[in-house]
Write a new protein. Sequence first.
Length: 259
Amino acid sequence: MQATLIEGMITIAGLLLGMVLFLETGRRIGLRIITKGKVRTVAGLGVVEGALLGLMGLVIAFTFSGAASRFDARRNQIVEEANDIGTAYLRIDLLPEAARPQLREDFRLYVDSRIETYRTLLTIAGTFPELDKSKAIQGRIWEEAIAATRDAPHPQAALLLLPSLNAMFDIANTRAWATQLHPPPAVFVLLGTLALFCSLLAGFSMAEGKARSWIHIAAFAVILTLTVYVILDMEYPRVGFIRVDAFDKALVDVRADMR
């Protein structure tokens, strides 16, 4: 996880540096044109700037909105899984007394495995074994539940317990695929490219003022870079500073209630 965070910070720092360099390059090109041509402005530049800045704003709006909605969905999925597990665990009481202890123990092992899966999400060596372990426990819970419902004293035990187990297993699969749900890399490449080209044009426009305005340069580069960082942080909420880890407490609380 630490390595992934460092890689992300290096990428963002590279974008910030690139934008500053493009701003300065655009400014110097503008100064050279003004000096040689003895003109203060270039005809049609405002139209091009407006079109590119508008396109960049549109791309930022869509990527930010998508990242925010996926971030909220991932938090909701954690709560949904905790609720599904808690519901299924309570319905074990519908089964024969002899079948309950083993099922409850398997539920505890299953929740422990689910918590560990997302704790080790960014380490392939740790995540894949935990996913396999969770699936194995799922199969064991299902077989034990099927066998126990045949002799259940409650006539509706199978109709109540088995669907809740299905929901518990389905949300685990949904969460696993949700971690892979991101915009195509081309979208982020486009966003970075637009940021650099807009920096070039912004720097070109700054050439009209002979003095370099570091306040405007820093504001343009830093704010755009921070915006891109927030988008990436929400897209990968277990890497950076905007995280969903706090919602894992929902599963921890469910585990604590399994007496």
